[in-house]
Design a protein around this ligand. Structure first.
Ligand code: HEM
Length: 250
């Protein structure tokens, strides 16, 4: 886990190194704003990809006949990575906003108000950040317990954050720049996967395939903790795992 966190901090360390050594190119301020923005978007997409990737891994494992990974619960370690990935997205977005406010606007909040009025991409970026902020704050186990069922609902808004981030990128890019459309395609795929998984989850047969247990068996299992149903429940996603990006989509 710590290794993953260190790896996610590398782009920040590298950009800081380039900034300190004057190697950020001909427009250092633009590079300093854009780099953390790009990484915030990458990590946000990464957090959204965790659930579909986990389901895809199970399908692949079954098709290819790997000795490992046929049950959804085998990939729970991926879910544990989602919180640090989501938090990385938030901290890069915070750095992106800080550089823009301090070095570009010189803390002039009237200029910020003008930008919000005149530039749709600033409006989309700020809206995205406003959604990410409560998600980051409530990403802890404590908040998860406090909010109970509402936690999951709140964390579904990461999809709205993803949409706004992609719009932000699209609005600020010059015509003909193709990078934003790659992110749009990726987001479309992940939303599509999310909808399919949601529909599949409704079926008790699918719950069995996933290693989870239909509701009525869960009740039974909790009455008899040593029953096979109880084991399946502990193995699978019965307990949601916190994430800065939500999901819901375990
Ligand atoms: C917090 C409010 C935000 C503000 C005020 C803001 C502002 C900006 C500005 C001024 C630029 C540079 C535009 C240019 O050079 O013409 C930019 C670029 C960018 N921002 Fe934001 N942004 C915000 C939030 C976000 C968030 C939350 C994300 C992603 C999750 C994001 C992702 C990006 C990306 C991907 C770029 C383009 C990077 C590139 O060209 O490689 N921004 N943003």
């Amino acid at each position: 886990m710590w290794l993953a966190c260190a790896a996610m901090a590398l782009p920040a360390a590298w950009t800081s190194y380039l900034a300190c050594t004057g190697k950020l190119g001909t427009n250092p301020l633009e590079a300093l704003i854009r780099e953390p923005g790009r990484w915030a978007l990458n990590y946000l997409m990464g957090a959204l990809a965790v659930s579909p990737a986990r389901h895809l891994a199970v399908i692949l494992s079954k098709r290819v006949g790997w000795g490992y990974g046929k049950r959804l619960s085998d990939w729970n370690w991926l879910i544990r990575l989602r919180r640090p990935i989501g938090l990385a997205a938030f901290f890069y977005a915070l750095a992106h906003l800080a550089v823009y406010l301090v070095f570009d606007l010189n803390w002039n909040l009237d200029d910020l108000a003008d930008d919000l009025r005149e530039k749709p991409y600033i409006m989309a970026g700020v809206a995205c950040f406003v959604i990410l902020l409560p998600l980051a704050i409530t990403s802890t186990d404590g908040w998860m317990k406090r909010l109970k069922g509402r936690w999951k609902q709140l964390h579904y808004s990461v999809y709205a954050a993803g949409l706004l981030a992609v719009l932000h990128y699209q609005f600020l890019s010059k015509p003909g720049v193709s990078a934003p459309s790659y992110y749009e395609g990726l987001l479309g795929l992940m939303l599509g996967a999310r909808i399919i998984l949601h529909l599949m989850r409704k079926s008790p047969a699918q719950e069995r395939i996933d290693g989870a247990v239909p509701e009525r068996e869960r009740t039974h299992a909790s009455a008899h903790p040593n029953s096979p149903g109880a084991t399946a429940q502990t193995n699978a996603d019965a307990k949601p795992v916190p994430s800065a990006s939500p999901d819901a989509p375990n």
